[in-house]
Ligand binder design. Sequence first.
Ligand SMILES: NC(=O)C1=CN([C@@H]2O[C@H](COP(=O)(O)OP(=O)(O)OC[C@H]3O[C@@H](n4cnc5c(N)ncnc54)[C@H](OP(=O)(O)O)[C@@H]3O)[C@@H](O)[C@H]2O)C=CC1
Ligand SMILES: O=C(CO)COP(=O)(O)O
Length: 349
Amino acid sequence: MKHSKEVAVIGAGSWGSALAMVLADNDVPVRLWGHKQEQIDEINRHHTNGKYLKDIKLPETIRGYHDLAEALQGVDTIILAVPTKAIRGVLGRIQEEQAGPLTVVHVSKGIEPDSLMTISEIIEEEMDEVNREAIVVLSGPSHAEEVSLRHPTTVTVSSKNMKAAEEVQDLFMNKNFRVYTNPDLLGVEIGGALKNIIALAAGITDGLGYGDNAKAALITRGLAEIARLGTKMGANPLTFSGLTGIGDLIVTCTSVHSRNWRAGNLLGQGKNLDEVLENMGMVVEGVRTTKAAHQLAEKYDVKMPITNVLYDVLFNEVKAKEAVDHLMARVKTNEMEDLVNILGERLTD
Ligand SMILES: NC(=O)C1=CN([C@@H]2O[C@H](COP(=O)(O)OP(=O)(O)OC[C@H]3O[C@@H](n4cnc5c(N)ncnc54)[C@H](OP(=O)(O)O)[C@@H]3O)[C@@H](O)[C@H]2O)C=CC1
Ligand SMILES: O=C(CO)COP(=O)(O)O
């Protein structure tokens, strides 16, 4: 079914641009909004977005917008593709335009420190109900670089309103981009956000010169602590064995495309955090999310050893090698017991 109205992608970075390409391939008229006039001029004149998608030609049907009111005029669906820390500001601007009611599809991977809110919770807080029809998350193992090359990719959509999620599934599905549904909104958002922490850690062990054993340990034990926290918060534990759990952990911990892995790799080689972030030129969500997850672990009283040592490396000047030694020297434990206990507590509550 062809979408009858235009769709606005809010955020013209790597992910917003790659998703705009998927929509354009599906013959959906798409507007790509960005906050830098120069970049929008490049998109409209040359059909490229060189800083974010190197050597990629954008379909000519994608039109760039710098004026937010114009980009929102007459659309019924927006794809929110800015970094987590920009979400509130951008939503404030969208709210001022009183466009809508809009289906808001968010594709960002993060949890807000201090408030400890997921992105869909932030959207609920920032947008009046009259302006939003539904909030949908789209998440999964999906590097923008590969999506823009039309390589096979799978993602998941979730929402409190599963009819809206299914409409978003139809909007994006095509022969290169397969979209699943999962009603576990919290699990999908937690998995997508927290995998970035483990990707930073995997980059660090690679940077230290450790090998595949260390990476496999981080992926599986990282998944264990994400599943513990998510389950304690009320998510479905099975979600963490899906695309937005193990799927996204694999793609982010093992790929040079990952900004989180790359940042970790430089930290492992001894570079300083500020210097690493300055030179990345794109968002590294895992740094802020480590702060949030560290707070969540305390709030929910869940053991998150990898998150906690990474927090010390990022914010307390603990050396990466010492952090790994600390993880390896932890008191002996059972692989599954904590998750089983959390599930047991949930059943008796
Ligand atoms: N890249 C990927 O492969 C994937 C990314 N994601 C998630 O998508 C989200 C966006 O990431 P991604 O596109 O990769 O990030 P990028 O760093 O590639 O791009 C971010 C874009 O947002 C813009 N931006 C930043 N702050 C604001 C603001 N206040 N107002 C308007 N625009 C702003 C940036 O502008 P400027 O040029 O000025 O910096 C840039 O255009 C993240 O949460 C990420 O985790 C999810 C799946 C895959
Ligand atoms: O989320 C992603 C792939 O699924 C992209 O990861 P990075 O933000 O680490 O590049």
